[in-house]
Structures are given as C-alpha cells and as structure tokens.
Design a protein around this ligand. Structure first.
Ligand code: ZN
Length: 230
C-alpha cells in the first residue's frame, strides 16, 4: 500500500492513502453505495489489496473498475482543478463507460445490466420522465441499451444500462424502451412520460398502428402492455 503525506483534499482526513481514496472518504463511499445492489460491500475488515483482488474476481468487475476509475478522476479533478463535479455527472459517466466497455469486450451474445438510483425520495411521486437510447455496433453485432429516469424538476433519478446481444439499430431502440419501462415499474413509478428520438418506434407504438404482421410485434405488444400500467 502506498502512502501519501498530504491530508485528504475532499474531507480533510489526516492521511489520504489508497484505502482512504477508494474506500474511506465519504464522497467515495456515497458513490459506491449507489451501486450496492451490483457490487461487493466496502468491507473494512480486510486490507485494501485483498478487497481489490476480490473485486477483480467479481462478476461485475467491469462496473467496479469503472466506479474506481471515476472516483480517482473525481478526486483529481477536485484536487488539481478546484472544481467539483456533481454526483449525477459521475454516475452518468460510469454508466456510459461500462456500457461502452462491455460492448467492446463482448463478442458473444450476453446480457449484463447495471443500474443506479438516486437517494432522492421523490422517485415515485409526480410525473417522471423516461429517456431511452439504443445503439448497435454493426462490426460486433452487439446492442447496447440505456434508460434514464428524471424527476419533474429535471433532477436525475435513476438509470440502467445493459448489453443486449446481437440485433439491429431499431431493435436496440425497442430494447432500450422495454428496459426503461421495466425499470420504472420496478421502482413503482405511476406517472411516466416517455421520450425517444426514434420516430419509427414511436409511430409503431401508436395505438392505431396495426402491428399484427410486423416482425417485432411481440416487442411492441410487450411495450404497449407495460405502458398501459402507467
Ligand atoms: Zn477524504
């Protein structure tokens, strides 16, 4: 373990060693807690080295490394540039990087999801806005899907992203909307507005459209069924 002489630039603790930067500093702990459902706990009873080795063997090690990477960048940004990124900015960057890294790494069909939810308790009250985005890499034939929930005042509330295996650009948009709707239902949101930049999907979802012979009719039916629950 390397030790630094300076105190912590974020919380003024006397010693900012590697364990403090990643496991003890309150900012780092609050960031880690956003992913507590997916990542191992910040076990203080074992050394940092042992804990880090365990993280590398964890099924969500990609997420864990992304969180540590952004903890480090967050700390440096504050220490050297004097600015303070918001937690929402960090969370968005982590989710974006993990989706990107998994898409690049995956050469076989697989499904990996990660999510993060704000601690703000307003998630189930009032109108919530859902924005979704799907992407498809034609070289790897892999889809990536992401969905973000926003409160009425514009605050980020929750986000989820997943790799969705082979498909197409349009199927990725559909899968992203399905992912977001399911996430909203899991969080017991009752009033939801959906936004997508995929006009074709919006047209297909309009109630007047006949999709009985459409190749993606099963997806459309599932989405309509979920939308009816809001
Ligand atoms: Zn600190």
């Amino acid at each position: 373990m390397q030790r630094a002489n300076a105190s912590c630039t974020r919380c003024d603790a006397d010693l900012e060693d590697v364990d403090h930067i990643f496991r003890q500093c309150p900012d780092s702990r609050s960031l880690w807690l956003h992913f507590r459902r997916s990542l191992p706990s910040l076990d203080n009873h074992i050394s940092f080295d042992a804990w880090f080795l365990g993280l590398l063997r964890h099924r969500e090690c990609t997420l864990g490394v992304a969180v540590l990477w952004w903890m480090w960048r967050w700390r440096n940004h504050r220490a050297f540039d004097g600015n303070h990124w918001t937690l929402n900015q960090i969370l968005r960057n982590i989710l974006r990087d993990v989706a990107l890294w998994k898409k690049v790494m995956l050469h076989q069909p697989a499904h990996h999801s990660i999510s993060a939810t704000s601690s703000t308790p307003s998630i189930t009250t009032g109108t919530v806005r859902l924005t979704t985005d799907g992407s498809w890499d034609p070289l790897l034939n892999q889809m990536g899907c992401a969905a973000v929930l926003w409160a009425g005042n514009g605050d980020w509330q929750s986000a989820i992203s997943t790799s969705a295996g082979p498909g197409s650009a349009f199927l990725a948009e559909i899968a992203a909307l399905e992912l977001g709707l399911k996430h909203a239902l899991d969080l017991r949101i009752s009033i939801l507005e959906c936004y997508s930049d995929c006009l074709h999907m919006v047209t297909m979802l309009q109630s007047g459209s006949d999709t009985s012979t459409y190749w993606a009719r099963d997806n459309i039916t599932r989405i309509r069924s979920m939308m009816a629950r809001f």
